[in-house]
Design a binder for this molecule. Structure first.
Ligand SMILES: NC(=O)C1=CN([C@@H]2O[C@H](COP(=O)(O)OP(=O)(O)OC[C@H]3O[C@@H](n4cnc5c(N)ncnc54)[C@H](OP(=O)(O)O)[C@@H]3O)[C@@H](O)[C@H]2O)C=CC1
Ligand SMILES: O=C(CO)[C@H](O)[C@H](O)COP(=O)(O)O
Length: 478
């Protein structure tokens, strides 16, 4: 077998197939393989003339067709399938070869795999890829974790196929081992929050303002001309404008209101709990998907609680629409600020040295959460690399301050009308929690000390104290 491919890719479903075409279109000879051979031959039949592909039916021939040191990208289902492919590949590889997992792996799996392959003299790269089917083909955002040596070989190929914004590729070496998959996980968490906020805006515009989907699509198109400009806002307009061919109804009305999830949002929340980072927007977005799936409970509740709250009539529909826009923007700022907090905390915990400004830079193009305001986040980190929170930087502070009254009116209106807005409400609560001088956490500490002698700190002196609640109420320093 002539080893002429500069890179190999196994796993030719939607993502892998398009990523392989993207690599080939950029002049790299690529070896391709899939467990089920038909996907490989279909790729060559349909798109073989787009570049230089080397197709193999067996994993042995696939590996033999790649120049050493080999770089092999795995694009298969995350979890056990990825382990199965790694286990089959490793015996066929040579020291110094690079195994790249481009799937949505849990970062702890990546830590484990990186360690195991390092012991065999192999590089393991955890690579987050965002952009869906279209991005994979025309330029995704790529978050690479792994050794410097591995990036030295892979970087030029990956940077050539990534999206570009202002001449900068949306691809970065995020840090060692699992840094890339960690950042991709949080990216997906932010994606959950972004989508939930958009969904809540849609619900309010429809249920409270009484707009039809096509009218809401027009609102989203207008919003996309301002600060909210982003892939998801633009895509929402496209989806809301779509009419179902079978029923003639708005497409959104024929889709079951049960949101599924593959795991990255849940992992983000689980990890945030471990790190102690309040990612309230992402958590509420994840729970909202779970709630939508509890169809039996929802049916039972609808039977019992079948009266809609009256709510206050809207005085001015246009003003309400504008309030929803401001609330959406403020809540979105909170969700991103929380996500960046989690990236910083994860990076500290694992010693990855992630540059948050670089993440904002590579998310500006190619990925699902690409948005105009990522330029602002990039600038904020350039001005102050060790930011305490994005929320207090001048641009974002101004955005939430200006939007705060509208945000409160929207949440109050939603509560009055019985329209659930968990992401709007929790983002506002987070903002208020941050900015208040005194939090009721003082009472929680006092209660903990009362029932469990957990101790507390005082506002007026250093030290740790306990009150003898069951005795004479005297205080002792502990
Ligand atoms: N879809 C998307 O928008 C995005 C997906 N991702 C991630 O990229 C990866 C690929 O996603 P996608 O293209 O959607 O495909 P899927 O996640 O649906 O995975 C299908 C691929 O996995 C292969 N596969 C499954 N089990 C095994 C196994 N035990 N051994 C060998 N191969 C196996 C399939 O081979 P076969 O054809 O033989 O069944 C097929 O090539 C996933 O990890 C996904 O999370 C990342 C970003 C976006
Ligand atoms: O990684 C992605 C985009 O960046 C995928 O689209 C992601 O799998 C979507 O997640 P879920 O299916 O949980 O909504």
């Amino acid at each position: 077998m002539d080893a002429r491919a500069t890179i190999g890719l196994t796993g030719l479903a939607v993502m892998g197939r398009n990523l392989a075409r993207n690599i080939a279109r950029h002049g790299h000879t690529i070896a391709v393989h899939n467990r089920t051979t038909a996907k490989m031959t279909a790729l060559l039949d349909e798109f073989g003339d787009e570049g230089d592909f080397v197709g193999s039916e067996s994993l042995e021939d696939f590996v033999a067709s790649i120049q050493q040191p080999r770089a092999i990208v795995i694009m298969v289902k995350a979890g056990e399938p990825t382990d199965a492919v790694i286990d089959a590949l490793v015996p066929l590889l040579d020291e110094g070869d690079i195994v790249v997992d481009g799937g949505n792996a849990h970062f702890t799996d990546t830590l484990r795999r990186e360690q195991a392959l390092k012991e065999k003299g192999l590089h393991f790269v955890g690579m987050g890829v965002s952009g869906g089917e279209e991005g994979a083909l025309n330029g995704p955002s790529i978050m690479v974790g792994g050794s410097d040596d591995a990036y030295e070989k892979l970087g030029p190929i990956l940077e050539s196929i990534a999206a570009e914004v202002d001449g900068t590729p949306c691809c970065a070496h995020v840090g060692p081992d699992a840094a890339g998959h960690f950042v991709k996980m949080v990216h997906n968490g932010i994606e959950y929050a972004d989508m939930q906020l958009i969904a809540e805006s849609y619900d309010l515009l429809r249920s409270v303002a009484g707009l039809e989907p096509a009218e809401i699509a027009q609102v989203f198109r207008e919003w996309n001309d301002g600060d909210l400009e982003s892939f998801l806002i633009e895509t929402t307009a496209v989806v809301l404008d779509h009419t179902d061919a079978i029923t003639g109804k708005p497409f959104v009305d024929v889709v079951k209101d049960v949101a599924e999830q593959k795991g990255t949002g849940r992992w983000t929340v689980q990890n945030a709990l471990d790190l102690g980072v309040p990612v309230t927007g992402i958590a509420e977005a994840t729970f909202a998907r779970s709630l939508s799936g509890h169809t039996e409970q929802r049916a039972a509740a609808r039977k019992v609680f079948d009266t809609e709250p009256e709510g206050a009539p809207l005085d001015d529909r246009d003003a309400f629409v504008d309030d929803v826009r401001a609330a959406l923007y403020a809540s979105k700022v909170v969700a991103y600020a929380q996500g960046f907090d989690q990236i910083a905390a994860g990076s500290d915990e694992h010693g990855w040295g992630v540059d948050p400004g670089a993440m904002a830079t590579i998310w500006r193009g190619g990925c699902i959460i690409r948005a105009q305001f990522l330029d602002r986040i990039k600038e904020a980190y350039a001005d102050e690399p060790d930011l305490t929170t994005l929320l207090t930087t001048p641009y974002f502070a101004n955005a939430v301050t200006e939007g705060a009254d509208a945000w409160r009116r929207v949440v109050a209106t939603a509560v009055g009308a019985g329209v659930p807005t968990p992401a709007f409400s929790s983002s506002l609560a987070y903002f208020d929690g941050l900015r208040r001088e005194h939090l009721p956490a003082a009472l929680i500490q006092a209660l903990r000390d009362n029932f469990g002698a957990h101790t507390y700190a005082r506002v007026d002196r250093d030290g740790t104290f306990h009150t003898a609640w069951a005795g004479d109420l005297s205080e002792v320093e502990s």
